[in-house]
Design a protein around this ligand. Structure first.
Ligand code: 5GP
Length: 229
């Protein structure tokens, strides 16, 4: 059975770049291209980053029960088509979903044992300057994204793993270690030396181990730790 990996992060935390790096490094991992009603950005292409569809088309897919999950994010619909999971299973591949916290909660209820990873920015100030520097959004949109980021980050404790995106290359390696460690654990195979190192890196990213790293980040967003973490 395919392993479903869910990656969520507030916008500006570098998630898209990390996911792109991961897909270059790991074999037999399919990316689920979502459907969205938001218009494409200048650099995006239909069927590559997303399937760009009208609200009418999206709603028809909802009625036909074609989505594994869908959500309204920033006023647009986004959804994961069921067929991506089917196709990954047919190919014997695992599947990676880049979805928001609402979609992640739906998947956690609908699929047995998904692996969920939450990516955190190093702190509020870094997120704010990343959003400004990428020059994609107006001031009002930046404010809204920061507010949303705060609300999304509150959900970090629902995820299995927490990855703090300080340095791209290091974070991409950690993400790869998590993906491969989960495969290894589920296969039941005895780990080699390199694999044991990978398991240890993944273990250090587990929610239960992340307390000391998460606490100052939450504080910079004026948030408190969730109970029991
Ligand atoms: P963006 O418009 O910046 O590409 O994405 C906005 C948010 O929508 C991101 O948090 C992204 O993870 C989320 N998203 C993308 N595809 C899906 C999807 O299929 N389902 C859900 N629930 N969220 C998605």
């Amino acid at each position: 059975m395919s392993i479903v990996y869910i990656v969520s992060a507030p916008s500006g935390s570098g998630k898209s770049t990390l996911v792109a790096e991961l897909l270059k490094m790991v074999r037999n991992l399919d990316f689920s291209i979502s459907y969205t009603t938001r218009p494409p950005r200048r650099t995006e292409h239909n069927r590559k980053e997303y399937f760009f569809v009208s609200r009418k088309e999206f709603e028809a897919m909802v009625v036909a029960d074609e989505f594994l999950e869908y959500a309204d994010v920033f006023g647009n619909y986004y959804g994961t088509a069921r067929r991506f999971l089917r196709e990954a299973e047919e190919r014997g591949n695992d599947l990676l979903l880049d979805i928001d916290v609402q979609g992640a909660s739906q998947i956690m209820q609908r699929i047995p044992d998904p692996v969920s990873i939450f990516i955190l920015p190093p702190d509020w100030q870094t997120l704010e300057s990343r959003l400004r520097n990428r020059g994609l959004d107006s001031e009002a949109v930046i404010r809204r994204r920061l507010d949303t980021a705060r609300r999304e980050i509150e959900n970090y404790s629902k995820y299995d793993y927490i990855l703090v995106n300080n340095l791209l290359e290091q974070s991409a390696d950690q993400l790869k270690d998590i993906v491969l460690a989960e495969r290894l654990q589920r296969s039941g195979a005895k780990p080699s030396g390199e694999e044991a190192r990978r398991l240890a890196t993944a273990q250090a990213c587990r929610l239960e181990q992340a307390r000391d790293r998460v606490q100052p980040i939450l504080a910079s967003f004026h948030l408190q730790m969730a109970k029991g973490t």
